[in-house]
Design a protein around this ligand. Sequence first.
Ligand code: COA
Length: 199
Amino acid sequence: MRITASAPDRWFRSCARIHRSQLAVGLLAQMGERFLSLVYRHLAGDPDATLMAVVENDEVLGFVSGVRGGNSLLLGLLKRFPIRAPLLAALHLLTHPRSIQHALEIIQHMTRRRQTGQGAELLSIAVAPDALRRGIGTRLFQELRDEFQRRGASEFTVLVAETQQDGLAFYAAQGGSVLETTAIGPLPAKRLVFNLAEK
Ligand SMILES: CC(C)(COP(=O)(O)OP(=O)(O)OC[C@H]1O[C@@H](n2cnc3c(N)ncnc32)[C@H](O)[C@@H]1OP(=O)(O)O)[C@@H](O)C(=O)NCCC(=O)NCCS
């Protein structure tokens, strides 16, 4: 189901927790759970973004997020939470100085997204460790794909670190094809494309 900004705070914290455990090597995971919760709350409230989750008995089992258009996620986050976002980031960076490099790479990555005016993109998908291989990832992926199609996209992309071997296998099962080999900060990565016209 689609998660809106008025959803309970614990759902955003669950998304952050699942993100940190399942996408641990990614740049955003290095910014701490509280900052990540804020990012997911922002995505739920941004008209160009979508956050969907599978929730059972009030427990988030998995989520997917995506964005349409080349808007700056970072600027949006700062506009929406002008005090909390920089404060949480600064607090985290003060206690985890090694994450400063990651923070700079996030800014670079998000700015590049804006400059290239990218279209529809799946930003993150993750399922809780004890709920894997039950079709939850596929359900979430299909819901986001339908949403992109409803909004008029003809294709969407995803950037996936090569260390996410389960993610790469999952995307292959969903019919993705490799568009380019690139990098997310220091991590080698692949950009995959999904053609919506072929559905
Ligand atoms: C990728 C992910 C979301 C898939 O979630 P899931 O609910 O387990 O996926 P599904 O049960 O819908 O799997 C669908 C198909 O994808 C493929 N697949 C999924 N996980 C796989 C794995 N670890 N190894 C090989 N194939 C896999 C299989 O073909 C699977 O079908 P099958 O179970 O009938 O064999 C989950 O593994 C995850 O959270 N991974 C860590 C985060 C990540 O890598 N995200 C992607 C980068 S953003």
